[in-house]
Design a protein around this ligand. Sequence first.
Ligand SMILES: Nc1nc2c(ncn2[C@@H]2O[C@H](COP(=O)(O)OP(=O)(O)OP(=O)(O)O)[C@@H](O)[C@H]2O)c(=O)[nH]1
Length: 366
Amino acid sequence: MEEESPKPVCLIILGMAGAGKTSFTRRLAGKITNGSKPYLINLDPACREVPYPANIDIRDTVNYKEVMKQYGLGPNGGIVTALNLFSTKFGQVVDLIEKAGKKHKYCIIDTPGQIEVFTWSASGTIVTETLAASCPTVVVYVMDTVRSVSPVTFMSNMLYACSILYKTRLPFIVVMNKTDVVDNSYAVEWMRDFEAFQEALDADGDGEGEGATYVGNLTRSMALALDTFYADLKSCGVSAHTGQGIDEFFKLVDDAAEEYEKDYKADWLRMRAEKLEEQRRKEEELKKGDKSDPDTVIDKKKLIDEVACGRELSDMYLKHPANESSSDDEGEETAPQETDDKPEDVAAFQEFIRKHVKPNNTEHKT
Ligand SMILES: Nc1nc2c(ncn2[C@@H]2O[C@H](COP(=O)(O)OP(=O)(O)OP(=O)(O)O)[C@@H](O)[C@H]2O)c(=O)[nH]1
């Protein structure tokens, strides 16, 4: 039997806006394992600068400001659509990631600022599923420890983390970032000891009894329900600024990668086999149908390019994702343009719709 070449452990970095995803990715970028730094991917089409040497950068492929113009979208719609377009070619990205496994032990994927762009979009699902079916994949949820000191905010953050865990069905790590400002011990205690959480809630004026507020009661019930989630949760405190806690984080990553092999891989391989079979069946059906149907045109143009990790950082900084000649302000919605749709973009978008928009949404997984 052919021996499989090693595949990198892929870390999908998620978190609320400002939690420190990019700073954390930048910190992880310096980790040297077996003589190599991690393979780095930026999936945020709207960031101005990528402060680490990305091997693959979505901004080299899709110009989100042009997407906003061409489809008449606002900034969030532009980011979602840019990611949708990119995700249609994510198979090519995975090929590059698999090849990178010969040299890199880890592959780190930084996601867009607004978490819902990834967690509530078709493209986020496509990216996650394609990765998980090919490489050991771990979801890393970055939480802002400073902003979560209120018990109600903490519980909301954990509830969000919990929803992502059950949605992705992958090993999961909660990273409590910014411990250089506030130590994460309060969060560890709240997760371990419900009474301590209850006391903090009382001290906040949201506790039990006559003075209890609706939000206090809700928080208490939710925190009780989250006990099961906390029981097996991998978490650690880190500071992306000082590097504190990074070694412990990588230990958790290695445990999570083992967990993937043991508990998740078989399911993902089965799902991939089913999808391939379904795709084969659909292609056969298409072949039998009208071959001149323009919707079946598949864009052969290579949209994804890899950049040598050692390239000059200045290359990354100098290129702004917007078209330099573009005069629109960031955040300004513009009317749809009727004329200059590029044929390759149209073909890619048609292909995206053909592949992923299913009648009645019967196969959409949540
Ligand atoms: N003190 C401290 N500040 C941090 C740390 N990590 C990030 N920050 C700060 O938090 C802010 C947000 O950091 P980013 O890395 O841009 O966060 P992000 O989640 O990538 O943000 P978006 O992608 O724009 O949503 C910046 O001002 C960082 O300097 C940390 O470990 N300690």
